[in-house]
Every structure is written in structure tokens, then in C-alpha cells.
Design a protein around this ligand. Structure first.
Ligand SMILES: Cc1cc2nc3c(=O)[nH]c(=O)nc-3n(C[C@H](O)[C@H](O)[C@H](O)COP(=O)(O)OP(=O)(O)OC[C@H]3O[C@@H](n4cnc5c(N)ncnc54)[C@H](O)[C@@H]3O)c2cc1C
Length: 416
């Protein structure tokens, strides 16, 4: 095995842990560092979708007008609290500039290739490295529509393996959708989409890491500051200083503040989302496949024997607290869509911050600061893309070519 030197990966969310794995496999001796432990940030209770087909970025033609309508809907998917924060306004400006068909198509094509590579990398982790017991299930995905126009557009772009189902077929296949009877017009079903528990994936991969001869351990420490030290970066932790030949920043949305003193302006903004985890009892009718309510932008999936409901995009700054009005709104929508799918009285709420770029594309590569590499900005699809971006970064750090699936594609910070 190669010996490339020592690396520190900052952040033990799904992006940091997959990066640490790809690096030990490529020959680096790796320390993983996190202030809170494994997957305690946005990777804790996300929607669990390994959604390789549905990767098109949020920014698209018509989205600003749709967003205006959503802002005025009582249980709408979007909230915006304007703030005295140049980061928020700059991000919004760049996001709106990308709301056109051309940019959306280009990003969607690149992300589809990243997704395809990620599917293969995750499969390898499961098959060759026994990363298991994280609730992975290829249960299929049904995207249900309430508008005939939206369904027509979705049907026009489906591929040969996807099926268009009538409203009745959706209800027959997924009786959990009874709450939507009379409001559904149909759906698109894909049989090869998967779901899994992101937190369980991270703990499973950490146990494989801990058995790896190149892994030097998970260090519990909070990074207070990063500082240039010649060809390296010095990590000032709350408990100690850390230094290595290479440092990888994978601290999700916190990366913005950590990178700023080094002169790096990461184009990331926190898109806050919510999830509910409801027990499924014998009397409940939970969905078999994972289900997306396209108009309401709500995801439903069975994860580890519980019903996971995930939704909402709130632009309210770096604020992780659970807003009781948004929680009540999510519960109302879930009860109306799928009244019998789980025990909503016992549902555990959660909120997390998606570290989003305006383009929806992650940032992977050298930062421009000697010794510092980036793997950030996975937005709404970090679980889906993490296995691929880890592989991409490890190849870059080893000076190796991109995998054939990503030939000619770059996700580097340069030029953004
Ligand atoms: C409601 C919701 C639903 C979602 N659903 C899906 C989905 O279905 N499928 C999908 O693919 N993606 C989904 N996502 C997105 C996905 O969860 C994120 O893209 C992903 O978790 C980001 O991972 P990360 O490792 O970059 O960040 P995080 O998971 O936030 O990890 C960052 C880590 O850095 C650590 N850290 C931060 N600051 C410091 C510091 N100063 N010192 C030390 N450590 C630090 C944190 O403790 C944390 O562990 C969803 C997100 C939300 C909010």
C-alpha cells in the first residue's frame, strides 16, 4: 500500500467519514476530527434518500416565481427571513442568476454523472468492505403529482425503466396514500432508487475505519481557527493544536466561517430543513417505496422500521433550532397526505442545515491555500453524493485521473 503522508479530515459527517475512508484506502494516514462526534450535524436525521435520478439542482427557470407563491402558502415548503447578512444576499443573487434552463441542464448532467459514480462507490463499500447494517433498501421511489401539467412534464423526461402510474395505480400500490385520494393525478415510479439511515451508515463506516491500519482515530475537538503555516494549515482546536501534511475541510455549513480567515469565500448558505421520525405500529400503513409529494416537496420513507418525513427549505441563517410553527406545519401536511402511515403523536422532530451552493454542485478539490483541501457544499444530496466526492478528492490528492464516469468534469472552487 502507498504511503502518502498524514492527513486530518475536519468534520465527521457523511462527507468527512467517506473522505477519511477514501484517503486511508489511497494510502494516507488519517485522523478524523469533530467537535460533536459522529454524524451529529446535518447527517443525523436527513431524508435518507439515495436519490441517484433526482439530482437536478433547485435553481431552474420559473423557480423565483414559484418561490414567491410558496412564501405566501400557509404550509408552503419555503420560508425566507431577510437578514443583514451579505452572505445571504450574495447567495440569493447567485442562485437567481442560475435560475435558467441552460445552467440547470448543465448542472443536472454533471450531478447525474456524480450520482452514477456515487452509486458504484457505495455498492463497492457494501460488497467489498462489508459496510452494512445501515438500513439500506432498494425499495424504489414514487414521485406523486397533484398537477396534470407537472405530471406531463415529468412523464416526458422519464427513461425507459421508469413507469408512469395513474392515480388509481399509485393508491393500489401504496395504500398509505389514501389521504391524497381525489387530489392525486398520478406518479412516476423508479424501481432502482434506495433509502438508508445516514447516521447508521456513518457509524458503520467508522467501525470499518477503526479496523484500518492507516486510520489514526477519531479526535473529539472543536476547531476554533485555521491558520496558514508555510505549506501546511495549523488547526487550532479547543483542546489542542493539530497539523498534518494535508488538511481536508469537511465541516458542512460551518466551513464558511472556518475558511473565511484564510481568505476563502465559500459560496455556501444554510438551507434549513426539518424531519420527523415516527414509529410504525402494527395498525399503521406505511409506504413500501419512498414517496415524494412533488407539489408539497415532502419526502416519506421507511428507515430502520420507522417513518421518516423530511421537508422544507428555510433561509433563516445559521440557526438550527426547531421552529414550532414549521414543525406543526410539517405534521399537518404529513397527517393530511398519509394519515395512517405512522404514530405522529410519538414523532421525533429534527432540524438540520443543508450546506448549499447556488448551483447545487458540491465543491471538491484544492482550496488554493497550501495544504488545505475542500469537500463541502453537498446541499440537499450529501448522503447521495458523499461516496463519489470522497473518491474524487482522494484521486485529486494522489494526483490520479478522475474516474471515467467523471472524465472532464471538475467540482473545484476555482472559478466559482
Ligand atoms: C431535512 C433534510 C433532509 C435531507 N435529506 C437528504 C436525503 O434524503 N438524501 C441526501 O442525500 N441528502 C439529504 N440531505 C442533505 C444531507 O443531509 C447533507 O448534504 C449532508 O448531511 C451534509 O454532510 P456534511 O458531512 O457535509 O455535513 P454535516 O453532516 O453537518 O457534518 C459536518 C460535521 O462537521 C462538524 N463540525 C462543524 N464545525 C466544526 C468545528 N468547528 N470543529 C469540529 N467539527 C465541526 C459537525 O459536528 C459535523 O459532524 C438532507 C438535509 C436536510 C436538512
Amino acid at each position: 500500500m502507498n504511503n502518502r503522508g498524514e492527513a486530518i479530515v475536519l468534520g465527521a459527517g457523511v462527507v468527512g467519514i467517506t473522505t477519511a475512508w477514501a484517503l486511508v484506502e489511497s494510502g494516507w494516514r488519517v485522523r478524523l476530527l469533530d467537535g460533536r462526534g459522529v454524524a451529529q450535524g446535518t447527517s443525523l436525521r436527513n431524508g435518507g434518500q439515495l436519490s441517484y435520478r433526482y439530482v437536478a439542482p433547485l435553481a431552474d427557470a420559473g423557480v423565483p416565481m414559484k418561490a414567491l407563491r410558496w412564501l405566501f402558502q400557509q404550509d408552503g415548503p419555503l420560508r425566507w427571513r431577510p437578514q443583514f447578512d451579505t452572505g445571504q444576499w450574495q447567495w440569493l443573487g447567485r442562485f437567481i442568476a442560475r435560475c435558467n434552463g441552460r445552467d440547470n441542464t448543465l448542472s443536472a448532467q454533471r450531478l447525474a454523472r456524480l450520482g452514477q459514480h456515487s452509486r458504484e462507490c457505495l455498492q463497492r463499500l457494501m460488497d467489498e468492505h462489508a459496510v452494512q447494517d445501515f438500513g439500506w433498501e432498494q425499495a424504489g421511489k414514487l414521485v406523486v403529482h397533484r398537477s396534470a401539467d407537472a405530471l406531463r412534464r415529468a412523464a416526458a423526461t422519464r427513461d425507459a425503466s421508469q413507469r408512469e402510474w395513474s392515480a388509481q395505480r399509485c393508491l393500489d400500490e401504496e395504500p398509505a396514500l389514501q389521504g391524497l385520494q381525489g387530489r392525486l393525478v398520478g406518479g412516476i415510479y423508479s424501481n432502482d432508487e434506495a433509502v438508508a439511515d445516514c447516521h447508521a451508515f456513518c457509524t458503520s463506516l467508522l467501525s470499518r475505519l477503526e479496523a484500518h491500519p492507516h486510520f489514526q482515530g477519531l479526535v473529539l475537538d472543536s476547531v476554533m481557527k485555521l491558520e496558514r503555516q508555510g505549506s501546511r494549515v495549523r488547526v487550532h482546536g479547543k483542546a489542542a493544536h493539530h497539523e498534518a501534511d494535508a488538511t481536508v475541510l469537511a465541516t458542512g455549513i460551518a466551513s464558511v466561517h472556518l475558511a473565511a480567515p484564510l481568505g476563502l469565500k465559500l459560496p455556501l448558505y444554510p438551507l434549513k430543513g426539518y424531519s420527523l421520525d415516527a414509529p410504525i405500529g402494527p395498525a399503521h400503513t406505511a409506504p413500501r417505496a419512498s414517496i415524494t409529494d412533488f407539489e408539497r416537496k415532502v419526502l416519506y420513507a421507511r428507515i430502520g422500521g420507522r417513518l421518516r418525513v423530511a421537508a422544507m427549505v428555510d433561509l433563516v441563517g445559521h440557526d438550527e433550532h426547531i421552529d414550532q410553527r414549521r414543525l406543526a406545519s410539517l405534521l399537518r401536511v404529513a397527517r393530511a397526505d398519509m394519515p395512517q402511515a405512522g404514530d405522529y403523536e410519538q414523532a421525533q422532530p429534527w432540524a438540520g442545515l443543508r450546506p448549499a451552493t447556488p448551483s447545487g454542485e458540491p465543491i471538491v478539490g484544492h482550496s488554493g491555500v497550501p495544504g488545505l483541501w475542500l469537500n463541502v457544499g453537498h446541499g440537499a444530496l450529501g448522503f447521495t453524493f458523499a461516496s463519489a466526492t470522497a473518491d474524487v478528492l482522494a484521486r485529486q490528492m494522489a494526483g490520479q485521473p478522475m474516474p471515467p464516469a467523471l472524465d472532464g468534469v471538475s467540482f473545484e472552487l476555482k472559478g466559482r
